[in-house]
Design a protein around this ligand. Structure first.
Ligand SMILES: [Zn+2]
Length: 476
């Protein structure tokens, strides 16, 4: 495809600024950002961005499309999962391949790539490493081979027995085996605290959804994060703490990161942790809010406006279990944990971090709305950099893939399950009002979503080989 295209009349969000400009697209790449109307290409196709912001397409570094945990399977597939992503303005996901029992890492990658084939958008993969050789040298060879296959990031868990759980010795072994140019994402919840709290609730007969939050207290997360950062420092490994659900967690990471005495440590949070709190477990439809880590009491809840400078990304941890799967058991220990989020993530983050923050500031509250280039950093630039996809992905600049999210900030939209493209059959944000709407989405120069319709064929998405990890130079 060598079609020339002009995205005209929008306010373009670059890594440093918001400028009125036209974006020129030649084939699959951005060719230039020029003054409005100074179009050197008569006859080129024009995409109207009047009244809209033009953001880089969202890079979601943490999704679980077509997830098989060994216990539960989500009901979506890569066609459904990437379709719902596209409607949310997400043009890249970095999802996971799982090393199931008996598999080498290349085998696990191959198996996952076959599943990914029907994707509408581009994708990278992290590897859920569950079994490395005991020999340090051999373990290192395995990881180097994985990195050379385009997967520079692995995922580890401090909980979830028996399939994913890694104890301290295993964490340390893996961190030590990691080459310097790889990074480990870690799910942090202290397994002993979670197991003990859950066992006590079960013994008391408290297995209803109302007790889900109590089974996984905030202290479990904060403790595990602190420990993982210590182990990573001992081994010289770069880590990325996934789905921070408490403000304390983010502060811990910030403190260590800013000290500069360690290998890099990054963290993310997800919209559910700043939009929702644990009162949902006491209310109706509590099953729709079961996830790990759980929603937190208000006092622990992430205040995005406090935290955005310390965050590397806002991801979704998207997990598309159907409502039927959610209600199959009324016992919180058996209800599959995870929420659909790809389609709502950007508008929720924009609404909370920009629009509502501006309203709160105008009302005299001491909050700092997220500047739009910083929003673009959190949803695209920094995840792309950390996971080796930049500069092809992550920013609007010449030479980058033409992945664009044209966002109309004017309308007020009520989120409803009805309008969603997941197969979950529900949304945890039902009835909530967001400001703005995804108007048009471009993926590698192709208009993928327009007027509420998806163009393009499944299978057009490409596997993105992540480049080896390079620490970001600036420490905040
Ligand atoms: Zn996850």
């Amino acid at each position: 495809m060598d079609e020339k295209l002009i995205v005209q009349g929008g306010r373009v969000v670059t890594p440093v600024d918001v400028i009125e400009a036209d974006v020129l697209i030649d084939g699959e790449q951005i060719a230039g950002i020029v003054a409005p109307g100074s179009v050197p290409w008569p006859g080129a196709r024009v995409v109207d961005a009047g009244g809209c912001y033009v953001f880089p397409g969202v890079v979601d570094p943490h999704t679980h499309i077509q997830l098989d945990t060994g216990i539960y399977q989500t009901s979506d597939d890569w066609q459904i999962g990437t379709r719902t992503a596209a409607f949310g303005g997400v043009t890249t996901v970095v999802d996971f391949a799982t090393q199931f029992e008996g598999m080498t890492l290349p085998e696990a990658l191959d198996a996952r790539l076959k599943e990914c084939a029907p994707a509408y958008i581009d994708y990278g993969l992290h590897m859920m490493v569950t079994d490395l050789p005991r020999s340090p040298a051999e373990a290192c060879c395995w990881l180097e081979e994985l990195r050379d296959l385009g997967v520079p990031s692995i995922k580890l868990y401090t909980t979830y027995r028996p399939n994913y759980y890694a104890d301290d010795a295993e964490l340390l072994h893996t961190f030590r085996a990691m080459p310097d140019d790889m990074i480990a994402m870690v799910h942090c919840e202290n397994d002993a605290i979670v197991t003990d709290a859950t066992a006590r609730l079960v013994e008391a007969g408290h297995t209803g959804w109302a007790y889900h939050g109590q089974g996984r207290p905030p202290e479990a997360e904060v403790e595990a994060i602190r420990r993982v950062m210590h182990l990573a420092r001992a081994a010289g490994a770069a880590v990325y703490i996934v789905h921070c659900s408490t403000a304390d967690s983010i502060r811990q990471v910030k403190k260590v990161h800013a000290s500069g005495n360690t290998p890099p440590v990054y963290c993310e949070t997800c919209p559910q942790y700043f939009w929702l709190d644990d009162s949902r477990y006491a209310g109706p439809k509590a099953e729709q809010f079961i996830l790990q880590p759980p929603l937190r009491p208000e006092a622990y809840q992430v205040d995005l406006l406090d935290a955005w400078r310390s965050l590397s990304a806002v991801s979704t941890d998207h997990c598309d279990y159907t409502l039927a799967q959610k209600v199959e058991f009324t016992d919180f220990t058996r209800t599959p944990g995870g929420l659909p989020g790809l389609e709502t993530s950007f508008s929720l983050t924009y609404t909370y971090g920009v629009h509502l923050a501006q309203e709160r500031q105008a009302a005299g509250e001491a909050v700092e709305p997220i500047p739009l280039p910083e929003l673009a950093r959190l949803v695209a630039l920094e995840p792309a950099r950390i996971f080796g996809l930049y500069p092809r992905k992550g920013a609007i600049q010449p030479g980058a893939d033409a992945d664009l999210l044209i966002y109309d900030p004017a309308p007020e939209v009520i989120i409803q399950a009805d309008g969603q493209h997941t197969i979950a059959g529900y949304t945890p944000y039902e009835g909530m009002k967001v400001k703005g709407r995804v108007r048009t989405v471009l993926s590698r120069g192709m208009v993928l979503v327009e007027d509420g319709h998806l163009r393009g064929e499944p299978g057009r998405g490409q596997f993105l080989r992540g480049k080896p990890f390079v620490p970001l130079t600036s420490r905040k």
